[in-house]
Design a protein around this ligand. Sequence first.
Ligand code: ATP
Ligand code: MN
Length: 464
Amino acid sequence: MEIKRTRIVELLNKTEFGETVCVKGWVRTRRGNKQVAFIALNDGSTIHSIQIVIDLVRFDEELLKGITTGACIAVNGLLVESQGQGQTAEIQAQDIEIYGKADPATYPLQKKGHSLEFLREIAYLRPRTNTFGAIFRIRHHLAFAIHDYFNKQGFYYFHTPIITASDAEGAGSMFQVTMLDMNKAPLTEDQKIDYSQDFFGRHTNLTVSGQLEGELGAMALGGIYTFGPTFRAENSNTPRHLAEFWMIEPEVAFNDINDNMNLAEDFLKYVISYAMEHCKDDIEFLNKMYDNELLDRLNFVLDNRFVRLTYTEGVEILEKSGKKFDFPVYWGADLQSEHERYLVEEHFKCPVILTDYPKEIKSFYMKQNDDGKTVRGMDVLFPKIGEIIGGSEREADYEKLLNRIKELNMSMDSLWWYIDTRKFGTAPHAGFGLGFERLVLFITGMGNIRDVIPFPRTPKNAEF
Ligand code: ATP
Ligand code: MN
């Protein structure tokens, strides 16, 4: 008799027993004695494995030999109430099929408790561990919560291009996209590579942000958000930077910087509480195994209003703190994560939004304040992470934007379409960018951004 497969998460929630069920999954552990084997089987639907009880005399010896850690099996059996502690249901095996063996001599995930560093080296297998199962389920639920939030708020999901001709954002170096053969690239008269002969007829890169195009969407649809991959050839090997990461960028017509801060705070609180509700078991597991303060930290963000102050006020606090920082603090300095974390963790003891940064350390498109020195940017700073969101009210005035672009000697060639929005029906507007992996870092309590994306891309690392 063919029985339909049930996901283990559903079986572990059952309160009625006695039915014959079918489960399929990967063997996590096998223990037992001469009469009976106990298999912990996991199918990825939950952090919890289900126990399969195998009465050894009923099965062929060859088959039993193949049921080792890592093997994939299908089991038909009777669902019974578990006698063991900590689990509700277990399965008495009636019929077992092995889909794929995993040779104990070579399967790398034999024992529990491998280091995260080791697991990074076998990133192609690490989803099979409890830890990474939990992280990737949380990642999924967060992505869903983000779409859910914006959809409920009346925002439209707007797809911005991944290949772009604008390299104007200045957010770190970009990866070039080309079909030219670099060994015999066509040259212009002044001996530069002639990109007019390239695939797109111009020089193109992978995008560092969907914001500029997102603004075009907001100027028509009102409120939009992007959620897509972004690329930065940052050669900094930090635990908070990836070369390929996902970014969420809402952009809203008629919002000013205060609306923008309210949106950022409400949005972050929504997705965090969503994860706490829908990923309870996984978050509790990570809290127990990796970061005992995780749950407290999450509740702390939900329970507190984010403190809002200007960059100038923030720098004063840092200067007066008497604390020794690796990087010096002075008005005009780009704040480092040690400064950001001091404000959040030691001074205010709550999330912080800093606003009105010196224009020199922020992008050209931020709205200029009347003081001529600062712009209406805002960074949201979180415990353990530092900057999680960067955003601003945008400069909506054509002349002011143009002057800033000239001041910075930026090329109009790749930006004219962006500036045009300020000529045709311009409007006040604001938006921000949330690095998705920084959010996942925060909610999982993991310490390294390489551990919250299935296949991390960092300098010298793109094998799988
Ligand atoms: P940082 O100072 O931390 O490098 P940034 O100022 O370059 O950040 P923005 O250009 O404002 O960041 O990008 C918006 C958001 O994208 C950041 O707040 C952060 O959450 C995320 N982010 C930026 N760079 C990276 C990266 N290399 N890897 C992962 N997330 C990133
Ligand atoms: Mn950066």
